[in-house]
Design a protein around this ligand. Structure first.
Ligand code: ADP
Ligand code: ZN
Length: 743
């Protein structure tokens, strides 16, 4: 070994670090073979050996991170032990700004950088090899050796002048895809990229300008000025629902387009944004590029490339759109910034709202956070001057805010076994009688959240999770909403074997729909929940039906709370306003207030005034009082005062360790070991271990430790040292959640 390495002229062996989409703590090193020595640069996509496998990765270089985020350097490895890079792939390189962002997200969340890369480049790195041919045209004449079967002849006969997809060709010829494949292998068919109309037409920045006056005009000017500065800044655009926030941030987008730069808009639920898309299209005369988990492989690759070459001018997307390789990003917008959905809760646990700000900072571009009910973090940043703050206090065009009233469920309860109080039923009836639309909101899918035996009290629980099974009556099953467990509703109680003794307790929207069918027999009812309306097309259709007034009563879960504009909707009834306030989560009040305000904001967005009715058993609760008075600033100030003394976010920093194992003992022992090694010091505190909020999830037992520090102390170095100190067995997994959304 030693001898052979002495034979090599050491200095000429150029090394490169290659980040692989795998959970290694750092990029792995390789040597550059002679053939590639001049052509490999950071960002290039390469194939390297790993054990007996070949892996695709990206040539990496250390980017600079703030000191507290910088991970320890990888161990030194002698060049002689390194293996050579196999080949460089013909794919657009990963730009420097994106590599830097990937390093940042990894360092901040303590995720292995390769896992962030894997998430960022899911479609990109699969490579072009084996990519489906876009369309078929005639290639060479059939060779003499190829037997021309009837189906092969049919395929050639069906082929026209313009390229045809496999599906189209196979249908027209009445032959299977295998026949087409065979002809392609023989060279008789040739694949070409089909010319498709570009989805990335340049929006017309001057199209159909709304007339902005007063506060709207001021806010739009401010945002345009930020874009024109071409420098990093963060602005909070706060305004009640219907005040014109979207209209105003589209002004900033227009400014960004006029400057020739790219704009990114993050929306909480991109699949649901058909209305947003229409509005954008009307405003700019072109569609934006769209990015979310449901777009196809081909669209992904096109969009990725179009971002990299700058031809995608506006991208609207879900959180993962942050990882697109923008060539010249000039604006980053986060709409509904308070939404918890921006936090990814699995794999790399990052908050897209916060990382959007990092992305903007690395790009030297302004970020705009938009909300009617900003999170306490964001409000605090605005109050302390870290963010600029623009406020739109009233609805556009004189539309008034809906009047919010409480229905005290202790005083006027619904008849036994029902969930709509007489007051709410009457209000819905008179709304429908006026020819207006009403909405009933309940954030719970299925028929009933709990099924129990009337004889023995047995509760139907998930065998894999600490949760009750939810009855879905239409499908005649009990489902766990945390794992995929589904079982038919049993005829007899599994505990005492009594027959027909199982009873549904509490309402889900299926049950509210049943009750509404009886209370409002004439009404045309539309149910909107993620399991009844799935995918963008179905959602768009549902929304269109509502706009066309083909629906009288909408019954929905949180889907209906999104930023929809339903001009004929004047009444929103919240079936259980207290739902979500239970439990020990410190953020429950803030979140309930945000959700219910958002739902209520759907009412009365046009001429007819709106009304919101909240059914509550706790009408004195601060959340209910805030919803009635509309004084969110006072509510949030009160929240702040509760969190400030204990250094709870945003006044301190928080990280959770979730220790999980299939064995309860293993999880507990590991959690205790981590607890014993807990960091300490001035301004540092560790709480737990205690069973995590879902103590068993998908068959894994979960314990939680919470690290809380004062704001001036970064949690990452503390966590890194802590985790390095406690060796764990492979039966135990520790997930680190920096800035958990609930605590
Ligand atoms: P928000 O995003 O704050 O809920 P929107 O931007 O959706 O508010 O505005 C609510 C409605 O009012 C939309 O239909 C919007 O087109 C309209 N609107 C807002 N401002 C103007 C304006 N200056 N001129 C014309 N229409 C406006
Ligand atoms: Zn379960």
């Amino acid at each position: 070994m030693v001898q052979s390495s002495l034979l090599e002229p050491l200095p000429t062996r150029k090394r490169v670090a290659v980040l692989l989409p795998l959970p290694f703590p750092y990029p792995l090193e390789y040597v550059v073979p002679a053939g590639l020595s001049d052509s490999l640069a950071p960002g290039d996509v390469v194939v390297v050996p790993l054990g007996a496998r070949r892996e695709t990765g990206v040539v990496w270089e250390q980017t600079t991170l703030p000191p507290e985020l910088t991970p320890p350097p990888p161990p030194e490895i002698a060049s002689t032990r390194l293996r050579p890079v196999k080949e460089k792939l013909d794919l657009p390189p990963v730009p420097r700004a994106l590599r830097q962002f990937i390093d940042w997200v990894a360092a901040y969340t303590l995720a292995p950088p390769g896992m962030v890369l894997a998430m960022a480049l899911r479609s990109h790195m699969r490579g072009t090899q084996g990519a489906p041919a876009a369309g078929w045209v005639r290639g060479e004449d059939p060779p003499a050796t190829l037997r021309m079967t009837p189906s092969r002849k049919a395929v050639l006969g069906a082929l026209g002048e313009t390229p045809m997809t496999t599906a189209a060709l196979s249908e027209k010829a009445g032959a299977g895809a295998a026949v087409i494949r065979g002809l392609a292998d023989a060279g008789v068919l040739r694949s070409v990229l089909m010319a498709a109309p570009s989805p990335f037409a340049v929006p017309d920045a001057g199209h159909r300008l709304p007339v902005l006056e007063g506060e709207q005009d001021f806010a739009a000017r401010e945002l345009r000025a930020r874009v024109a500065e071409r420098a990093f800044s963060v602005t909070l655009l706060e305004g009640v629902t219907g005040s014109g926030k979207t209209e105003i941030y589209l002004e900033a987008v227009a400014e960004c387009l006029a400057a020739g730069r790219q704009a990114l808009v993050l929306l909480p639920e991109i699949a649901l944004s058909a209305q947003w898309m229409d509005r954008f299209t009307k405003r700019f005369g072109a569609r934006p590029a769209v990015w979310h988990s449901e777009i196809g492989q081909r669209a992904r690759r096109l969009t990725w490339n179009a971002c990299a070459d700058g031809s995608a001018r506006v991208v609207v997307g879900a959180r993962s759109a942050l990882f697109l390789p923008f060539r010249d990003p000039g604006l980053v917008i986060v709409d509904e910034e308070h939404e918890a959905i921006f936090k990814q809760e699995e794999g790399v646990m990052y908050n897209a709202r916060d990382m959007a700000i990092v992305r903007a900072r690395l790009a030297g571009a302004p970020a705009v956070l938009v909300s009617a009910t900003p999170s306490l973090e964001t409000l605090n940043n605005a109050e302390t001057g870290r963010y600029r703050h623009l406020v739109l206090p009233s609805r556009h065009g004189g539309a008034s805010m809906p009047e919010t009233r409480l229905i005290d469920m202790r005083e006027a309860p619904p008849p036994k076994g029902q969930f709509l109080s007489p007051v709410l039923v009457e209000a819905v009836k008179s709304t429908l009688a006026r020819g207006e639309q009403a909405m009933l909101f309940l954030n719970r899918r299925g028929y009933a959240p709990l099924t129990l035996c009337r004889k023995c009290g047995h509760r139907m629980e998930c065998p894999n999770c600490t949760s009750w099974l939810v009855e879905h009556r239409k499908r005649r099953v009990l489902c766990c909403h945390y794992c995929e467990y589904v079982t038919p509703v049993p005829e007899t109680c599994p505990a005492c074997e009594a027959e027909h003794s199982l009873t549904a307790i509490g309402p889900g929207i299926e049950r509210i729909t049943e009750e509404s069918g009886e209370a409002f027999p004439e009404a045309r009812i539309l149910v909107m929940a993620s399991d009844t309306i799935s995918g963008p097309a179905a959602t768009a259709e549902a929304v269109a039906k509502i706009s066309r007034r083909e629906v009288d009563l909408i019954i929905g879960t949180q889907i209906v709370a999104k930023g929809w504009h339903f001009p004929h909707l004047t009444l929103v009834g919240v079936v259980d306003a207290d739902l979500g306030l239970g439990g020990a989560d410190l953020r429950a009040g803030e979140r309930t207030m945000q959700l219910l305000h958002q739902v209520g904001g759907r009412a009365g967005r046009a001429e007819a005034p709106g009304e919101v009715l909240l059914q509550s058993f706790a009408p004195d609760h601060p959340v209910m009082q805030a919803l009635i008075s509309g004084d969110f600033a006072a509510f949030m100030a009160e929240e702040a005062e509760q969190r400030r003394p204990g250094f709870w976010p945003p006044f301190g920093r928080l990280a959770a360790l979730i220790i999980s194992s299939e064995s309860a003992d293993a999880a507990q022992n590991a959690a205790r070991a981590l607890g014993r090694a807990a960091p300490y010091g001035e301004g540092i505190e560790v709480m737990g271990p205690v069973p995590a909020p879902l103590a068993i999830l998908r068959g894994r037992h979960r314990q939680r430790l919470l690290l809380r520090t004062q704001r001036t102390i970064a949690v990452q170095p503390i966590l890194r040292r802590w985790l390095a100190e406690v060796p764990l067995t492979s039966a135990v997994r520790v997930d680190v959640d920096v800035d958990p959304v609930s605590f």
